[in-house]
Design a protein around this ligand. Sequence first.
Ligand code: BGC
Length: 721
Amino acid sequence: MGIKFIGVKEDANVYTVGKDFCLEHAGKAVLRVTALGLYKAEINGKKVGDAYLTPGWTCYHKMLQVQEYDVTDLLQKGENNISFTVAEGWYKGRLVYADKMNIYGDKTAVWVQLIVDGKTVVVADESFVAKESYIRYSSLYDGEMQDFTAPIKDLTVCEIPFDTSVFVPQICEPVRDIERLAVKEMLRTPKGELVCDFGQNIAGVAEVSTPEGFEGTITLQFAEILVDGNFYTDNLRTAKATDTFVVRGKKTLCPEFTYHGFRYVKITGCELSAKCVTAVVRHTDMKRTGTVNTSDAMVNRLLENVVWGQRDNFVDIPTDCPQRDERLGWTGDLNAFCGTASYNYDVRLILKKWLADLRNEQAEDGKISHIAPDVIGYHDTASLWCDAIVMVPWKLYEMYGDVSFLSDNYEAMQKYIAARESNCENGLMAKGFEYGDWLALDKEQCLCESGNYFGGTDVYFISNAFYAHCLDIVAESAAILGKTEDAEAARRRYERLLQSIRGEYFTPAGRLAIGTVTAQALALCFGLAEEKHRERLAKELNENVLRHGCRMTTGFIGTAYLLFALSDGGYHETAGKLLLNREYPGWLHEVEMGATTIWEKWNSLLPDGTPNPEGMNSYNHYAYGSVMEWVYRRVAGIQYASPGFRRVKIMPNAIRTLDSVHAEFESVNGKIVAGYEKHGNSIRYFAEIPEGIDAEVCLPGEQTVPVGHGKFVCEREISPE
Ligand code: BGC
C-alpha cells in the first residue's frame, strides 16, 4: 500500500522515531504498526496498548504480524505527538548459542499507519524525526541498559526496504505483564551479595523503584538457582541477563524489550529494600482451561511447577527454556508437552501461529526444521521433533475438534511423510538424524561420556515407531478431510511398516527384542505389538519399571508415553508409583529439592544440590511436564471420546496412596469435572458433565455406562491390596 518502513542511518541498537502532528478533530482512531525488530508505540507520551515484544516472533520474511490498536482515547484535537522506540529483538539481535546476529536483516525499522475517522493521517516516512532513546541497549538474552542522564543525540531517518506482502494480522494473544510477585525473602549471600528471592522461577522482568535523592547506576542480574547459597548464573551460558539503569532521583524502572528466566535477582549499586523490587511475570496471555488438585501437597506443587513451566515458556512461541542463550521453538519439547499444554490453557492461537511458522520453515523435500521459527537451519525427520508437523495438529484436533488444524497442515504432513519415506531402506527407517530418547538416563555411557544425551533405546526403533504413528495419523486425517485415496495409501503403508517392524524388532515368538522401558512403552502405546502379545509386553514393562525401583530413567520420548502404557496395560498402580516416587530420579525428587518449575534433565541438579557438571542445565524446561496429561486423562479420568470433547469418557482411576484428585477442564463444549475421594474403606468417584456433551463413565474393572449430563457420584468399596 505504499507505506514505508523507516529506520535510521546510524548504527543504533535502540532508537526512537516520531513526529508532532495536528488534528482538526479527534475521532475514532486506529493505529496499525509493525516492525523489523521490536517496537513500543507511544501517543502523547502514553504507551499504546499493553503488549510486549511486539510484533512477536515469526519467520519474518514469510509472515510479519501487524498489530492494530484503538487509540481514540489517546488522541486530542490540536497538537499530538506519536513516537516509536525500536529495538533489535529476534529480528536483528543476538540469537542462538553460536552468537548469530542479523538473522533476518541488518537494519531494524518500523511501519506505521494512523487512521482517524477512516482517513490516514500519519504514516512512517521521512517527515519523522529520529533520535537516540534513553534505552541505550536491549537484547533478549543479555538484558537492557537504560540511561536517564546521558544526552540524547539526533539520528537520521531513512527508508528500509521490506516486502509488505507478507503482512498478516496478529494471530495469537499478545505477550503481557500477567502477574506481579513481591519479594519473598531478601538475602545476603555468603559472598555478601544482595539477592531477592521471589520464591518462584518465572519468565519476566523485575521492576525497581529508586529512593528519593538517588544518583547512580543500579544493576540487576537474574538467576534460577543458588549454589551453596550463592547467586549462580553458569547455566545461562553466554546470556548476560543483566539490566542496568543509570538514574537521577526517584524513579520506577522496568525494561521494555527483554525478559529473563529467574527466581533470584542480584542487585548492585543501591541497597534497595524488598518493597522497592517486584517481579513481573511476562508471557503470552492465554486463557487458563484446566486445573488439578490432589490431597498430596507435593503432587500439587509438581503440577503447579508444570503450569509455571508452561507459562514461562509460552512467550509468543513455545520455547524450550526462558533463561539461557537459547529460548527457541524446539519442536520435540512442544510435541511432548502439547497434550498437557492444551489441558492447562487454551493454546489454539499460539500454536496456530507456531504451526504456520513450522510449515513456512519446511524444506522443499518435506523435511522439518528442529525449531520454529528456524534460526539454525537443520531439517530432518527426527522422531518427536520433526514429527511435530503431524502430531501437534492431530493433538489439537483431538483437544479442540477444530478440523482446520488438519486441513491447514495436511499438505505439510504429506510432504513430511514423503521425506520420512526417503529415509527408509527395505521399508524401514534407517537413515536421518535422530535425537533418540533425549536425555534418558538408561545408557551406560551417560555415566562417563559427557554430552551423550541420546539414551539407551535404539534410535531407529524409535524412528520406526514414530513413523508408524505418523502414518496412522495421516491416514486418519486424510479420511476426515475426505481424501479417500490418500487415506488408503497411508493406511496400506502403515500396515506394511507394521509388518516390517514386527519382523525386525520382535522375535518370531512375539517378544520385543529391545528391552528398554522406552521401547516397551512405545510398542504398547503405538500398537506395535500384536494384540495377543500385548499382555506379556505390559507385564515385562511393569517388571522393568519395578526393577528400576520405580525411578525415572526415560528421556523426552519415553517419559511422555510410559505412564499411559502402564495404566492402559493394567499396571496403573506402578504408574502411580513413578509419579509419587520421591527418590532420585523422579518428579517428586525435583520437588523435594525445591524445584518450582520442571528441570531439563532428571539430574540438572545432582542429589547433593550442585548443578550437573556436564552442563546444559535448565531449571525450566517443560518436556517432562508431559506427565500432567496423564493425570488429567488417566487419574482424574477426563478423556476425550470424540474430538473437542463432544463425547467424553470419564474414567477416574485412583492411586492407592493418593487420597483425592479433583480435575476441572473447560473444553470447547463446556466445563467437565472429574475425580475421586477416598473415605475410610470406600472411594467416591465424581463427575460433572455440562449440557451438550455426551458422557460415558468407566470405573476401574467395570463396564462402561452411558450417562447424560449433570452431576454423578458413585461410591465403591476399596478392594484390599
Ligand atoms: C534444547 C532442547 C532441545 C534439544 C534438542 C536443547 O538445547 O534446550 O530442549 O529439544 O536441545 O537437541
